[in-house]
Design a protein around this ligand. Structure first.
Ligand SMILES: *[C@@H]1O[C@H](CO)[C@@H](O)[C@H](O)[C@H]1NC(C)=O
Ligand SMILES: *[C@@H]1O[C@H](CO)[C@@H](O)[C@H](O)[C@H]1NC(C)=O
Ligand SMILES: *[C@@H]1O[C@H](CO)[C@@H](O)[C@H](O)[C@H]1NC(C)=O
Length: 344
């Protein structure tokens, strides 16, 4: 005879392994681990990019046989959704061939439709999974830089942007600001802050002494996730092993875990603080941030005044990019693209 309680316990017992099988779906894991094969892939890529860059722009220029080659900006798109603003970027890039390259790191676990626009075609690089609050975002940015370093020796600035970023100026304005204003001493535009109130929590996110000895607390820095680096600094970033060993450790406290906001500013402030502006060109509105996300602008807020306001900074420079915008902002942004955003 079938005993119902026994049958129930039997079923429970049988289903126990199934819980493990389906656990990742039921309880989504907080961490996408960086596997050893992934790490080795990256190391091989970084090594190739480093070796190829040893003769640097100088070598490339002499090979091209020209004394005045066109320097390029490498635009590095880091995304885990569709590139909603591709049409706006298309218009931004139109007519400037030969002065930029685009590279896209799209999370392979997300179903991303590839934008149809001419400039984005064939620009997707070999990508791996990314996740917020994990060092995978650092890996993705380094992968983009290494690929861009390898791809074109004339890539001289490396601008990291996300799918939520928009340009605040025309291509010419940005290009000329980057290449003419500081010549011949190019600097990286990256925010580097210290002494912020939450720094200690961020510092001990992997354990109180976990960052020692490479990163003592007084050398730990904070900065914006999106930045524009010189070629020299992109090389510094992909050659680094010392700090990466620390920053790739998973956090114990996920509330204070934003490795990508600390790795780049800490590394560059250690290696070459004078080579960095310490401010970012990407405007973000952190008032009323929700769950670690900055304010996201909605279509009803898009206006010429907003663009002018976002360009403003407390200094002599103008912001060049801004985030975040909800995907449906595309239409109102396209309406003011030619008359406002790209008019400067
Ligand atoms: C941080 O603050 C301390 C004390 O206020 C100060 O001595 C130190 O120079 C500051 N560090 C930086 C990098 O500004
Ligand atoms: C930033 O967000 C705050 C709060 O939502 C808002 O009051 C302010 O106008 C925003 N600033 C800009 C430049 O949009
Ligand atoms: C300018 O500085 C003020 C005060 O330090 C700050 O509240 C504001 O956010 C800054 N604005 C920008 C655009 O950085």
């Amino acid at each position: 005879m079938f005993n119902i309680p026994v049958a129930i316990s039997f079923t429970l017992l049988l289903s126990f392994p199934l819980i493990f099988l389906f656990a990742p779906q039921i309880f989504p894991s907080k961490h996408v681990d960086i596997s050893i094969p992934d790490e080795l892939d990256d190391l091989a890529l970084f090594r190739r990019a480093t070796l190829a860059s040893i003769d640097g722009v100088g070598g490339a220029i002499s090979r091209l046989g020209t004394t005045n080659p066109r320097m390029k900006i490498a635009f590095l798109f880091l995304t885990n959704t569709d590139l909603h603003f591709a049409p706006l970027w298309d218009r931004f890039f139109a007519g400037h061939d030969g002065r930029f390259n685009i590279y896209i790191h799209a999370d392979p676990s997300a179903r991303i439709s590839r934008p149809g626009g001419r400039v984005f075609k064939g620009r997707f690089i070999a990508a791996k999974r990314t996740q917020r609050a994990s060092p995978t975002l650092i890996s993705a940015a380094r992968r983009l830089m290494a690929t861009a370093l390898l791809d074109d020796p004339l890539n001289s600035y490396f601008a990291l942007v996300s799918q939520h970023c928009i340009p605040l100026h025309s291509f010419d304005f940005i290009y000329n600001s980057l290449f003419t204003s500081q010549f011949p001493e190019y600097q990286s535009f990256i925010q580097i802050l210290s002494n912020e109130s939450y720094m200690w929590d961020r510092y001990v996110a992997r354990g109180e002494r976990a960052m020692l000895p490479e990163v003592p607390f007084d050398r730990f820095r904070f900065g914006s996730q999106f930045f524009v680096l010189t070629r020299r600094h992109a090389l510094v970033v992909i050659r680094d092993r010392r700090l990466w060993r620390k920053f790739k450790m998973p956090c114990l406290n996920s509330d204070s875990c934003y490795p990508e906001e600390h790795y780049f500013p800490t590394l560059l402030s250690m290696e070459d603080p004078k080579g960095c502006t310490h401010y970012t060109l990407t405007r973000v509105n952190w008032t009323e941030s929700v769950d670690g996300h900055p304010r996201t602008y909605l279509p009803s807020e898009i206006s010429p005044e907003l663009i002018y306001k976002l360009r403003e900074s407390n200094s002599t420079y103008s912001h060049m990019f801004a985030r975040k915008f909800s995907p449906d902002c595309l239409k109102p942004l396209m309406k003011i693209a030619d008359n406002v955003i790209f008019r400067d």
